[in-house]
Design a protein around this ligand. Sequence first.
Ligand code: TRP
Length: 464
Amino acid sequence: MATDVGGSRTQAGRATWGSKIAFILAAAGSAVGLGNIWGFPTVAGQNGGAAFLLVYLGGVAFIGAPVMLAELILGRRTLRNPVGAFKALAPRSAWVMVGGLGVLTGVVILSFYTVIAGWTLAYILKTITGTFGAGADTAAIFADVAGNPVAAIGWHLAFMIITIAVVFGGVRDGIERWTKVLMPLLAVLLVLLAIRAVTLPGAGAGLEFYFKPDFSKVTGGVVLAAIGQAFFSLSLGMGAMITYGSYVSKKDDLVSSAAWVTAFDTSIAILAGLIIFPTLFYAGLEPGVGGAGMVFVVLTSLFGSIPPEPYGGVIFGTGFFLLLAIAALTSSVSLLEVTVAWLTDERKVPRHRAAIMLGGLAFLIAVPSALANGAVGWLSSLPVVGLDFLTFLFTIFGQYALVIGALFISLFVGWVWGISAAGEEVRVNDGKFPLGRTWAFLIRFVCPVAIVLILGQLIYSLIG
Ligand code: TRP
């Protein structure tokens, strides 16, 4: 149980977060990332705005939050990484493969995630130096960063090194220390940018698109997009929350922690929409322009005219890319930490060596992704699938693998390892499990059924 070792509390020899708040910030840091600030407004813009927002909120509450709690329970019960957690609860069974899929998914998501995060570093520099003045050719500037092999790989390497440096410090002195500084900074930047955006002339139309639902726009595809977005955004389905949960003290309450992390992540996604939509409508642009184009090409083209000129755009733009880089860093750290926890727990590799080995591996895997936005033609538009390599990896690992992982996690906790064992772990601190019955019903029935339907849709849309 909890013991004091040289002033730093550990639990059965495992590191723990310094406090419940430290854990909530770290987990929210994992969840809040490119997926919120760029992904959410993109997917919402392409799927009808307000109608999507409502479906998304439902998905987060009824599917995301219960899976989040299930992952935290698995982690804190076993005090292990995703592979170790399944090994501990279902020894020598095929369930261990769910953990294995999680670790593999972690390495791959880390690889392409840091490519995009690398662009944000390049863009901080570009905005601060006034590259995006009125009339700047933002498409050419983007091609110059993402389409230039040296720039793309160089910035990617820089971001990976920063990620490794944070993970190097470990749970308390690395992840916790940095998220405690970065998350408040992120919140302040976000609120300031949102205030600037909603007070732009013409922002009203953006707010209407974002908050006035048109239910005729809700289709199976919209529901699918919303749930997929929710898993990625909440860092679910690959054991990131198993790993972070394994550092939670037995004294802390898991239910309220899961609720806080979910609420944080969702609020920040909604706030990001408050920055993007008013700004797009201010410029008379379509909200459906998504992907790399939306942030790196479209948004930047507005910087030149954001009041007060001439510095409004420089300040707004620098703040925006700094925000994006910070959000990405606390997420990439969590992705690397999952894999590092696996190597240190299961293979007893020292943390420093594990961080360099796995960060290095992800860096190498990422090279084709870094070259997939113009630098190498066939990688930028793969034969047969027609996607660029980065988007292709995102589809397989950022969507399918997470949905499949979440399905098995809910089946395992709901039916195999069991609701009552899970309930015991929740009650270990104060004997209480608020909403325990509701959670059991959601994790046993609602989550698996919904996820199977989503998978069916995914496969159908792939074939059809
Ligand atoms: N949730 C992060 C985002 O929204 C990305 C991320 C970090 C992630 N860790 C994860 C996604 C684990 C899935 C699984 O950008």
